[in-house]
Ligand binder design. Sequence first.
Ligand code: THU
Ligand code: ZN
Length: 292
Amino acid sequence: MHPRFAKTLDSLPADLSAAVAPMLGDDFSASFSPEQIQQLMDATRLGERELRLALLPLAAACSVAPISHFFVGAIACGLSGRWYLGANMEFAGQGLFNSVHAEQSAISNAWLGGETGISEITVNYTPCGHCRQFMNELSTAKVLKVSLPDDISTLQAFLPHSFGPADLDITDALMSPQHHDLPFTSEDPLVCAALAAARQSYAPYSQGYAAVALAFADGRTFCGRYAENAAFNPSLPPMQMACAHAVLNGADLGQLRRAVLVESAKGQISQQDAARSVLKALGGVTLEYLAI
Ligand code: THU
Ligand code: ZN
């Protein structure tokens, strides 16, 4: 089990702690299957919403917040029934705009896990305006519920008079399956992983389809897809998503060995400088770059 969970487990109710501990082994992917959820409900007699609230401390334990020391945890419910954890992430030494919010992390985790939408997101603090806007891009934005320790409402109630994709005549949505044509072949598995992720990225406003693949000293690799937003600034760059996903899976960013960015050469924007800025904060792995 990753050491970050040890203290948190002690703080959970004893029945939950005992039932969830065996699920947090080294292969824990920061998500719970429907079968595991049922086991936890049987062991604790908690309902689904209560169980998610009780599990939030485990999500918040994945937070990396060297600047704010404010630990946010989120759990997104995938349409498949699986639950995905998320936590905020900050990059000391670089602009605050590089940060990943817990809601974005949980949604990324669900999207990378193959989900095509989420029905509900549970968070230990109220979502900021940037997250509300980020979530308004989702395939399920019109029906998504936001669950807080003391409230549950629809996203639309949290975001009255909302601005969204339809204002820019976009009918596509974040988490709806994407298949972009980026013809290229490579013998390098990390390049292939980045390429596959870029083909699934979401960039209807700039066509700057992009993804990052990271390789770690222990041989594990993690990808991040670009997730664009109608309001532009809340877009989540692929390097941020890759780092957040790696950390959720227990990777040590100090052990990063390679970083590959693949993007469309035909897009109106580039992720290169933003990706390099994050790598600088992580100790200086050189970005490998491919424009297709
Ligand atoms: N934060 C979230 O993760 N979600 C929110 O919606 C509120 C703010 C994070 C971002 C930053 O890492 C820290 O909390 C302080 O704002
Ligand atoms: Zn936020």
